[in-house]
Design a protein around this ligand. Structure first.
Ligand code: C2E
Ligand code: MG
Ligand code: MG
Ligand code: MG
Length: 296
């Protein structure tokens, strides 16, 4: 019996997988070029105290001012930056820009009556790659020292999944950063897999509740229960909470009622260039919800 030859796969090569690999390599080269030409830009999104709507700090969010494709959101390039390791250079750039932005914002702060009494902070997203670089903590300290900025103005945002890659190593690097006075925020909390027992061993100073719970909580009792449970956990650990992705007044009110300390979202302000953040901060009114709405 003649057995039919297996269908040839040669004809389908290069094929979609090959094309995708080429696209990834091309994007890596473009990111390298973008770094050399300083095309990555720091945007800042306000974080406010939910109780009185005063400005507590900003999250640093990267944008790529791409010469051809226009302003790109992180989803378009951060995954490739992470898989290639280029994200380490991106973090370095963002840390430098964020730290120098805080200096400018602190100088402008006197005029902003609606700023909270605590030290103004900027929160920078770091990746799993950063957390396994042996010199990471020293590098950040050096950046702070060069700008003469005390470390308590800087928070590092890490996701649960990043922490889980190499928990011991990430934990020890974060311990060093924390001992130097930086804040440590766990980002997108509730979407990862970290065990609570493990969390309590990390030097965490803030929990950020993921946007998916915030946006579902008004209509969905389960999401509301999850937010409530995170709130209880955080209180037990004496860690304040930032709720992400607040778009509606009713969400802010519900989160405040649950006892979430801080909020971030389009209701309070979108991510904006540093020049706009300075204007935003200077214009922070004495806390009044109506006045703040103008910036959302
Ligand atoms: P993230 O750290 O959880 O940042 C919050 C994201 O939610 C931002 O998206 C922000 O623009 C968006 N957001 C804030 N408020 C609202 C809202 O009210 N509604 C909605 N629909 N969205 C809101 P963005 O800027 O596109 O960043 C996406 C993710 O990319 C970030 O999520 C973070 O994981 C990553 N990322 C951003 N900048 C950096 C960076 O400098 N380095 C690294 N490694 N990752 C970054
Ligand atoms: Mg973040
Ligand atoms: Mg987040
Ligand atoms: Mg998120």
């Amino acid at each position: 019996d003649a057995v039919a030859p297996p269908p040839t796969t040669v004809r389908s090569l290069p094929g979609p997988a090959f094309d995708a690999a080429v696209a990834v390599l091309a994007l890596e080269r473009e990111i390298e070029r973008g770094l050399l030409r300083a095309e990555f830009e720091l945007f800042l999104q306000p974080i406010v105290a939910l109780r009185d709507r005063r400005l507590a700090g900003f999250e640093a969010l990267i944008r790529w001012n791409h010469p051809v494709r226009g302003l790109l959101a992180p989803a378009a390039f951060i995954p490739v930056a992470e898989s290639s390791g280029l994200v380490v250079q991106i973090t370095d750039r963002m840390l430098r820009e964020a730290v120098s932005a805080v200096r400018v914002l602190l100088a402008a702060r006197g005029a902003g009556e609606g700023c909270a009494d605590e030290p103004l902070f900027v929160s920078v997203n770091v990746s799993g790659h950063d957390l396994v670089q042996p010199g990471f903590a020293d590098g950040v300290m050096q950046i702070l020292a060069e700008a003469a900025l005390p470390p308590h103005h800087l928070k590092l945002e890490v996701t649960e999944s990043m922490l889980m890659k190499d928990p011991a190593r990430a934990g020890s690097i974060l311990d060093t950063c924390r001992r130097h006075g930086m804040g440590i925020a766990v980002d997108d909390f509730g979407t990862g897999y970290s065990s609570l027992s493990h969390l309590s061993t990390l030097p965490i100073t803030t929990l950020k509740i993921d946007r998916c719970f915030v946006q579902a909580m008004l209509g969905d009792p389960t999401s509301r229960k999850i937010v409530n449970t995170i709130r209880l956990l955080a209180r037990e650990l004496a860690i304040p909470i930032v709720a992400e992705g607040i778009e509606r007044e009713a969400e802010a009110a519900a989160l405040d009622a649950i006892g979430c300390e801080y909020g971030q979202g389009y209701l309070f302000g979108r991510p904006m260039p540093v020049t706009e953040a300075i204007v935003f901060l200077r214009a922070m009114p004495v806390p009044r919800i109506q006045a703040l709405r103008a910036y959302a």
